[in-house]
Design a protein around this ligand. Structure first.
Ligand code: ATP
Ligand code: MG
Ligand code: MG
Length: 548
């Protein structure tokens, strides 16, 4: 494969196997179930699963559910669905919350070793005492509590004797460390909140920096891959594994997170768009969520290939969203049947075609993949063409229809524009054309040439359909004072148009994908399509200036 997605990480793993540090590779994908997965998560999924796969190792799916306020079963379910849809099978399915008992025991062990203490300072005081990069921290007055007192207070925290925020458990490391994360970080906090998995069993919850290394070690994860923001947390990660006396010693490796142009890539912000009804749910086709991309029509293959191509690095960069679009075009090129659809219809009457006659024409399903065969499409005296394929007063080099001009109808005949019908406002509402029977497609007619080829749909059998065209959801990402990304929401990110498709499209099912000739790739929307209303989402247009 063209997998260059794990170069520097692969190098580390290879060395670890060679040196005998590890004799297998175990990775994990550790989402917090506080939202739906987005394309950035896909990068991490592809990286973790494919890295382990290359070494015949294992990958766990672990829900990092240590913050009960924000977590929900809906998110757990959607994450499982999305990982599966992307094409990956996890080995173990775990919840950090399954390890709460063991984590509690390890915290008690730290207290007994004099390496953790219960603190009464408020969150704000703890922040103040921590100091800054240029200023050393200050020790808490509670730092030298006895082991007995700490054991007693920690147990009482667990038993619910204190309110939220009244006490925390902190690691006792070094208030003068140049690394702020090492200045007695909080390990446990009190939160009287029902947890989606453990219910009301716990009212103290471990912090990420304590729970994550323990979860990794418990599962025997060998390489714990995370984003660069956690680089400064690595000494703490190693401290926890060592002093909690874990048998396994997972290695944390950081890589740069994915950023995409014109794309919001934070669950918190995406959740805001959902909660404030800017979009129609997490799976709105404008969302960069996996479920939104799926509903828009992106394929798992296209997302996987995109993630492989972008690779992993240790420096930040922003990837052009057109690269993702490139991969879906590439994937659908050979797979998607071609069809014709009219998005903004203009009626055409072919005056010399016999009234009441309908003939069936042969049309190839995919010229780039002839094995897909042919379909039959009706042709008659009345058809629809695209409004923008006609101009009364065309500029030079306009090769579509205008009074007196002749064009080719794809799979059918040449037609010539003879007359325009206008409404009382002067808008052209219908064209009268003539056709030349000799020019029928497939007969090898060479008598004369025309420059334009139009798509069309026969009018009496045409199936009404809705087309949904999308533009970027956020227009300008520049941060202005006092403005949030919500101030940059594009009011025209969705355009709904009513048109027509070929009659055989009544057989189309949710998530079927087509290339509409001259328009682009479209997906049958699984949410809005009903027995009598087809809805097509524009996945991507046909052309792009993007080059790989
Ligand atoms: P967000 O800030 O969007 O909520 P997160 O990192 O808080 O993201 P998690 O559920 O904790 O979300 O992420 C699960 C995994 O996905 C983590 O290992 C994280 O590093 C990875 N991840 C999240 N966002 C990206 C991204 N943009 N690019 C690459 N990996 C990402
Ligand atoms: Mg996170
Ligand atoms: Mg987050």
């Amino acid at each position: 494969s063209t997998n260059n997605s794990s170069n520097f990480i692969k190098h580390i793993v290879t060395e670890d196997l060679k040196s005998g540090r590890n004799d297998e590779v175990v990775t994990r994908f550790p989402p917090e179930p506080n939202g739906y997965l987005h394309i950035g998560h896909a990068k991490s999924i592809v990286l973790n699963f494919e890295l382990a796969d290359e070494y015949k190792g294992k990958t766990n799916l672990r829900f990092d559910d240590t913050n009960p306020l924000k977590e929900d079963q809906e998110f757990v379910d959607s994450i499982k669905e999305d990982v599966t849809w992307l094409g990956y099978d996890w080995d173990g399915l775990f919840y950090a919350s399954n390890y709460f008992d063991e984590m509690y025991e390890r915290a008690v062990l730290l207290i007994k070793k004099g390496l953790a203490y219960v603190d009464d300072l408020t969150a704000e005081q703890i922040r103040e005492y921590r100091g800054t990069l240029t200023e050393p921290g200050k020790e808490s007055p509670n730092r030298n509590r006895s082991v007995e007192e700490n054991l007693d207070l920690f147990e009482r925290m667990k038993n619910g004797e204190f309110g939220n925020g009244e006490k925390v458990l902190r690691a006792k490391i070094d208030m003068e460390s140049p690394n702020l994360n090492m200045r007695d970080p909080v390990l446990y906090r009190i939160s009287h909140t029902t947890h989606h998995n453990t219910g009301d069993k716990w009212c103290i919850y471990p912090m990420y920096d304590f729970a994550h290394p323990l979860g990794d070690a418990i599962e025997g994860v060998t390489h714990s891959i995370c984003t660069l923001e956690f680089e400064d947390h690595r000494p703490l990660y190693n401290w926890v594994v060592e002093h909690c006396e874990m048998e396994a010693t997972p290695k944390q490796i950081e890589f740069a997170r994915l950023n995409l142009t014109n794309t919001i890539m934070s669950k918190r912000n995406l959740k805001q768009l959902v909660d404030e009804n800017v979009v129609d749910g997490w799976d709105d086709p404008r969302m960069p969520t996996i479920s939104g991309l799926r509903r828009r029509g992106f394929t798992p293959e296209s997302i996987r290939n995109f993630c492989r191509e972008i690779g992993v690095a240790r420096s930040y960069s922003t990837v052009d969203v057109q690269m993702l679009e490139h991969f879906v075009r590439e994937d659908l090129k050979l797979k998607a049947p071609r069809t014709m659809g009219i998005i903004k219809p203009l009626k055409v009457v072919i005056t010399n075609y016999p009234e009441g006659q309908v003939e069936m024409l042969d049309a190839e399903i995919n010229p780039e993949n002839p094995e897909m065969g042919t379909r039959q499409i009706p042709f008659s005296r009345e058809i629809y063409i695209e409004q923008e394929d006609f101009m009364e007063d065309p500029p030079k080099k306009y090769f579509r229809l205008f009074p007196g001009n002749e064009v080719r109808l794809k799979h059918a005949y040449f037609i010539k524009c003879e007359e325009m019908i206008k409404d009382e406002n002067g808008n052209v509402v219908e064209l009268r054309c003539t056709y030349d029977p000799e020019t029928k497609s497939g007969t090898g007619f060479t008598g004369r040439k025309v420059k334009g080829t139009l798509h069309w749909v026969e009018a009496t059998n045409a199936v009404p359909a809705e087309f949904r065209l999308y533009n970027p959801l956020i227009l300008d990402e520049d941060k202005e004072e006092g403005k949030t990304f919500l101030d940059h929401v594009n009011p025209n990110s969705l355009e709904i148009l009513k048109g027509f498709v070929e009659p055989n499209m009544t057989e189309a099912k949710a998530n079927d994908k087509f290339q509409f000739f001259r328009h682009g790739y479209f997906n049958v929307d699984p949410k809005h399509t009903t027995a009598d209303q087809l809805v097509f989402n524009l996945i991507v247009s046909l052309k792009s200036s993007f080059k790989l």
